[in-house]
Write a protein that binds this ligand. Structure first.
Ligand code: F6P
Length: 359
């Protein structure tokens, strides 16, 4: 048994469905060990801003409320980076905050970026850290899957289903723009599950002519509507990332490539009217589906057990379907997971006749 008495928990980066379930499960498992759980508000800000912002979490916060079953983060999250040169001062304030609360360890729900930053902060604060991967992008290295991805796929697939009814009525081809940053997992899996005709992802180059050819094939079968799914980070035909702008700290912010595609297709093709729908942050909503709820339980309980065993600087996750943990060092040095262009999902899309680019 470890010497742990007080742990902190925080959510960092873009929110997703399943976070509250995981917070609740960490609270349950930690309470059984007699630990006090400090819920840190708004990502690291609860520890770096003054006054500190946190609350002590007990089973009452979750057991008789709907919180574990809804999306979003009960604690609030922070999805903005730091300007160059800010890191040291912020890390020092984080360490002071940790000391003031007397925390022995911290559980971080975050993506790979958050894991790397928090690893540095926790080293400076001399505190144990366990990460739980979460992101609708499903691009966290090493783990098979991250919390929130399955629900995002569900939301995206249901949107494809919903938009198809109006596409059918108006004989249109409707573009659905999915999130996912530089990985096409979310777009590709929901396109396959939703039966889309075209899916464009950042990992595979495409041509406008290729999309038009597919739309013509659809039309030739007698069907009078089509659905095109695009991942937010695909480039223009010329290879530009026209949809991305950089925010104040130099991070790329995606969104809008569907609009580009709608204009390009409409210039060259008129058998279907083209419309575009950007799903945006809706993809982070939705009641957590079974897979995310069970994942929250398995990873939350396991994270607490690992802390009790004295482990630190690891991220829990799944490998070959089995729960395990990975050193944060390895997470930081591994590339984000992108779609394997020779893998199951690309092959499935091809076998089903979907146009997924020039492959
Ligand atoms: O990383 C999760 C994610 O939702 C991406 O899919 C998307 O590009 C980005 O966050 C959007 O971030 P923000 O909430 O800052 O607009």
């Amino acid at each position: 048994m470890s010497e742990i008495k007080k742990i902190g928990i925080l959510t960092s980066g873009g929110d997703c469905s399943g976070l509250n379930a995981a917070i609740s499960d960490v609270v349950k498992a930690a309470t059984l060990k007699g630990w006090t759980v400090y819920g840190i508000h708004n990502g690291t800000e609860g520890l770096t801003e003054r006054p500190l912002s946190y609350e002590i979490l007990t089973l009452r916060n979750f057991s008789d409320t709907p919180w574990p079953k809804v999306a979003g983060s009960y604690l609030g999250s922070l999805n903005k980076g730091l300007k160059p040169g800010q890191m040291e001062a912020v890390a020092a304030r984080f360490a002071e905050g940790v000391k003031e609360l007397g925390l022995d360890a911290i559980v971080v729900l975050g993506g790979d970026g958050s894991m790397s930053v928090l690893k540095k902060y926790c080293a400076i604060a001399n505190i144990k850290m366990i990460g739980i991967p979460k992101t609708i992008d499903n691009d966290t290295p090493l783990t098979d899957v991250s919390l929130g991805f399955e629900t995002a796929c569900q939301v995206c697939m249901e949107s494809i289903d919903s938009i198809e009814t109006t596409a059918r009525s108006h004989h249109r081809a409707i573009i659905v723009e999915a999130m996912g940053r530089d990985a096409g997992h979310l777009a590709l899996r929901s396109a396959i599950a939703g039966g889309a005709d075209v899916c464009l992802i950042p990992e595979i180059p495409y041509t406008i002519d290729g999309v038009i050819k597919k739309l013509k094939e659809v039309k030739a079968t007698g069907r009078t509507h089509a659905v095109i799914v695009v991942s937010e980070a695909i480039k223009t035909e010329e290879g530009d990332i026209s949809s991305a702008f950089k925010n104040m700290v130099g991070e790329k912010v995606y969104g809008g490539i569907g609009e580009y595609l709608m204009n390009k297709l409409s210039e060259r093709y008129d058998e279907f009217q083209i419309r575009n729908m950007r799903l945006g942050h809706l993809q982070r909503s939705g009641y957590p589906v079974y897979q995310d709820r069970i994942m929250a339980a398995v990873l939350g309980a396991y994270a607490v057990d690992l802390l009790d065993e004295g482990k630190t600087n690891v991220m829990v996750g799944f490998e070959g379907g089995k729960v395990t943990y990975f050193p944060l060092e390895k997470i930081a040095s591994s590339p984000s997971t992108t779609v394997d262009i020779h893998g199951t999902y690309v092959q499935t899309a091809l076998k089903l006749g979907m146009y997924i680019g020039e492959i």
